[in-house]
Design a protein around this ligand. Structure first.
Ligand SMILES: Cc1cc2nc3c(=O)[nH]c(=O)nc-3n(C[C@H](O)[C@H](O)[C@H](O)COP(=O)(O)O)c2cc1C
Length: 202
């Protein structure tokens, strides 16, 4: 499948993809620290920095807990990740001395996760977002307060060989493509094309 961009960009953006085959090797602190450092510098409304991350490394006491709230299908491959990270956001923010609802807690936390994923890749580690998990189970197990949203779980690891991955997942174990810009960039009003039709299609 082609990951050739239609316009010039840093290779980093097309090189990031989400494998399910992971080696399971231990992840160095330095890698996690650099990836979280990149997340730290994401922009956020009122500089509220709503992102929170809860880490469990493969083999930690908390590891079975994290695997336990994943769907069976996600657990099948995620058990060979080096770490699982719960991405949480604070739904409240201080604005002019008052604590108010933060309408962009998820948006801002998404930006932080993207920084995390790209920095990890620069260091040779792959990430894979996981939306398929028991949210209430995770909230309870990880003691996530009611005023925080649980956004997603992220698996991180070094890409493993295909023979470590259940055959069910083999057909999808390749970088996917994307819709062309004309599908999602508009000018002036919703749906009005801004960019001439590109060659590639999703
Ligand atoms: C919030 C989020 C939730 C996701 N949930 C799952 C999931 O439950 N299981 C899975 O195998 N992949 C999951 N993915 C991976 C996406 O399917 C993948 O990112 C998408 O197909 C684009 O492919 P790429 O990341 O390889 O570019 C999720 C990704 C994100 C960002």
């Amino acid at each position: 499948m082609s990951r050739t961009p239609d316009h010039p960009i840093e290779p980093l953006f097309v090189d990031r993809w989400s494998p399910r085959s992971f080696s399971g090797e231990p992840i160095p602190d330095a890698v996690l620290h650099s990836a979280f450092e990149a997340a730290r510098w994401a922009p956020s409304a009122y500089n509220g920095q709503p992102w929170r991350f809860i880490v469990a490394r493969n083999g930690d006491a908390a590891w079975p807990l994290f695997l336990g709230f994943l769907t069976t299908r996600n657990r099948e491959w995620a058990q060979r990740a080096s770490a699982l990270i719960a991405v949480v956001s604070n739904t409240l923010v201080e604005r002019r001395g008052e604590i108010v609802h933060n309408g962009s807690h998820s948006f801002d936390t998404g930006a932080a996760w993207a920084n995390f994923a790209h920095q990890a890749l620069l260091l040779g580690w792959h990430t894979h977002g996981i939306g398929g998990f028991d949210r209430e189970g995770a909230r309870f197990a990880l003691a996530i307060p009611e005023d925080h949203a649980i956004e997603t779980i992220v698996a991180i690891g070094r890409q493993g060989t295909l023979d470590t991955l259940h055959a069910d997942f083999h057909p999808q174990e390749a970088p996917s493509t994307r819709r062309p810009l004309v599908d999602f960039v508009f000018e002036g009003r919703f749906g009005a094309p801004a960019i001439p039709q590109q060659r590639s299609a999703a």
